[in-house]
Write a protein that binds this ligand. Structure first.
Ligand code: UDP
Length: 483
C-alpha cells in the first residue's frame, strides 16, 4: 500500500505557505497526500492562488476542508489568533476525529469507494496538539511540523527551567535588558526582551499564551518525529539541544529552496489568501542593483497610524528607494479602502512617487530574489526570515509577536545578517537603521554574511546536503507507514 500522508496546518498564512510546500515536496517523492485545512481559509486560498488548481490535478493529491467553528464574518486577525486556536481545539477536534475515522473505516480495503486511500500518517502543525492526540488515539502515526523558528521552539522547551530558575515570570516593571541564563546555548546573548512575546505578556504560568506553549511543547514530544524548517549550518547548535528532548528531529529547510530544486519547474507554490500585485516586479526591474529597501510585516502584524507615519518618514528621510507592502488591514487590523499614499503629507507622498512603490500584497519570494533588492525591513516572521536568508538579503528586524522577538535576536547576534530594531520606534531610528543596512562598512559586512549564509542554505538542499539527507530519511520513514 502506498503511504498516504495527511498534512494539516494551522490556518494562518505563514503556516499554510510552508506546509503546502512540504506537501508538494512529499508528493514529488511519490507519496499520496491529503492537504486538510479549514473551510474559510480554503475558500480564500482557492480564490487567490493558482497552486490549488495545479496541485488538485496531480494524481494522488487531494484537498479537504473542515470548519474552524468560527462564524464566517469573524476576522481571523492576529488579535484573534488565540480565539481561532481555541475554536479549533474545542470545535474542530471532534470534526477532525470524524474525518479521520471515516477515512480509516476501510479496515482492509486500500481505497474507499471514491478512490481516496487510507491515511497512513498524520503530519500536523505542531501548534495543534488536538490533531496529534486524535491520530495517536486512532492508532495513526503522527508527526509534528513546527513552522516557527527553532530558537523559539527551544526556548519554549526550556519553560520549566526558566520557572525553576526564577527567571520567569518577569517581575512587574522589571528591566527587559536583564540577561536570561536558563536557556542552554543562549546564555551569552539572550535578554528578557528577546524571549517569544508570550513570555513578556504573561504575569504567571496560568496565562493562556503560556499554557499554549506548555501544551504544544508536550505534544511535540509525543510525536513519532519532529520536523523543523531550517538547516544544520544555520541552526546546528539549537537543533542539537532540541534533539535531547525530541531525538527524531528532521531539519528540512529552507523548504521553498528545496522545492525549487526538486520540482525543476517554473510553477510557483503559493498558498496566498490575497491577490499578489506583480506590478512591483516591473518597478523593481527599473531600479539599480542592490538599491531597494523591501518593507513588509507579513500577514498578521498590525501597527498604529502613528507607527505607519514614522516608518514612512524614516524611509523617505533615508533617501533610499523602497518597496512597501501596506496590507489593507495593516493599521490597527482594520480593512482600509484605497491607497494610503493619499493620507501622507505632500512631501512624503511626493518622495514616494519619485522613489517608492506601495502594494497591498507582493509576490515576496520573487521580490526577495530580485537583483535590485538591498535589504529587507521585516517583522521577522519565520517564513520571511528564511526567504531573506535564501536570497542573501540582509534584514532590519521589527518583530511584532510570537517567535519574532527571539528570531530577530538570532538575526543580529548569532547569524549577524541583520540589525535588530526590537522595541524601537520613531522616524530617526528607522532612518538610521536603513542607512546602516544600505550604506557604508556595516552594510558591506551584513551583505557578506548574508551572502555566505545563502550559499550554505543552497548547499543544504543539494544532493548530499544536510536538509536533503534529512528529507530522504523522512520519506523513507513515511513510506514505511504504508507497508
Ligand atoms: N508574503 C507574501 N506577500 C507579501 C507579504 C508576505 O507572499 O506581501 C508571504 C511571505 O512570503 C511569507 C508569508 O507571507 O511566506 C508570511 O509568513 P511569515 O512567517 O513571514 O509571517 P506571518 O505572516 O506568519 O506573520
Amino acid at each position: 500500500m502506498a503511504a498516504h500522508v495527511l498534512v494539516f496546518p494551522f490556518p494562518a498564512q505563514g503556516h499554510l505557505n510552508s506546509m503546502l510546500k512540504f506537501a508538494e515536496l512529499l508528493s514529488l517523492s511519490g507519496l499520496h497526500i491529503t492537504f486538510l485545512t479549514t473551510e474559510y481559509h480554503y475558500s480564500r486560498f482557492c480564490l487567490h492562488s493558482q497552486t490549488h488548481a495545479r496541485l488538485s490535478q496531480r494524481p494522488g493529491f487531494w484537498f479537504r476542508s473542515i470548519s474552524d467553528g468560527l462564524p464566517d464574518q469573524k476576522l481571523r486577525s492576529a488579535a484573534r489568533l488565540l480565539e481561532l486556536y481555541e475554536s479549533l481545539t474545542n470545535n474542530s477536534s471532534s470534526l477532525f476525529r470524524d474525518f479521520l475515522i471515516s477515512n480509516q473505516r476501510q479496515e482492509t480495503q486500500q481505497y474507499s469507494e471514491d478512490g481516496w486511500p487510507r491515511i497512513t500518517c498524520l503530519m500536523a502543525d505542531g501548534v495543534m496538539p488536538f490533531a496529534m492526540d486524535v491520530a495517536i488515539d486512532l492508532g495513526v502515526p503522527a508527526i509534528a511540523f513546527r513552522p516557527s523558528s527553532p530558537c523559539s521552539v527551544w526556548s519554549a522547551f526550556c519553560l520549566p527551567s526558566l520557572v525553576e530558575a526564577g527567571e520567569f515570570p518577569f517581575p512587574e516593571e522589571g528591566d527587559l535588558d536583564e540577561r536570561i541564563h536558563a536557556v542552554p546555548g543562549m546564555e551569552s546573548f539572550l535578554r528578557r526582551r528577546d524571549l517569544p512575546s508570550f513570555f513578556r505578556k504573561a504575569r504567571d504560568t496560568s496565562d493562556s499564551g503560556i499554557r499554549l506553549l506548555y501544551e504544544v511543547t508536550a505534544s511535540s514530544t509525543r510525536a513519532n518525529a519532529f520536523i523543523l524548517n531550517t538547516f544544520e549550518a544555520m541552526d546546528g547548535t539549537v537543533l542539537s539541544h532540541i534533539r535531547t528532548v525530541c531525538p527524531t528531529t528532521y531539519a528540512i529547510g529552507p523548504l521553498h529552496t528545496m522545492l525549487r530544486r526538486m520540482s525543476n519547474s517554473t510553477s510557483r507554490n503559493s498558498a496566498s489568501f490575497r491577490d499578489e500585485d506583480r506590478s512591483c516586479l516591473t518597478w523593481l526591474d527599473k531600479q539599480p542593483k542592490g538599491s531597494v529597501v523591501y518593507v513588509s510585516f507579513g500577514s498578521l502584524a498590525v501597527m498604529t497610524d502613528e507607527d505607519l507615519m514614522e516608518f514612512w518618514h524614516g524611509l523617505v528621510n533615508s533617501g533610499q528607494r523602497f518597496l512597501w507592502v501596506i496590507r489593507s488591514d495593516l493599521v490597527n487590523g482594520v480593512e482600509e479602502e484605497g491607497s494610503p499614499s493619499m493620507s501622507a503629507p505632500p512631501e512624503v507622498a511626493e518622495a514616494t512617487r519619485e522613489r517608492g512603490c506601495l502594494v497591498a500584497w507582493a509576490p515576496q519570494e520573487e521580490v526577495l530574489a530580485h537583483p535590485s533588492l538591498g535589504c529587507f525591513l521585516t517583522h521577522s516572521g519565520w517564513n520571511s526570515t528564511l526567504e531573506s536568508v535564501a536570497a542573501g538579503v540582509p534584514m532590519i528586524c521589527w518583530p511584532f509577536f510570537s517567535d519574532q522577538q527571539i528570531t530577530s535576536r538570532f538575526v543580529s547576534q548569532v547569524w549577524k545578517i541583520g540589525l535588530d530594531m526590537k522595541d524601537m520606534h520613531g522616524r530617526d531610528v528607522v532612518e538610521r537603521m536603513v542607512r546602516d543596512a544600505m550604506e557604508g562598512e556595516r552594510a558591506q559586512e551584513l551583505k557578506k554574511s548574508a551572502t555566505a549564509m545563502a550559499e550554505k542554505a543552497r548547499e543544504s538542499v543539494e544532493e548530499g546536503g544536510s536538509s536533503y539527507m534529512d528529507f530522504q530519511r523522512l520519506v523513507h520513514y513515511l513510506n514505511s507507514t504504508g507497508s
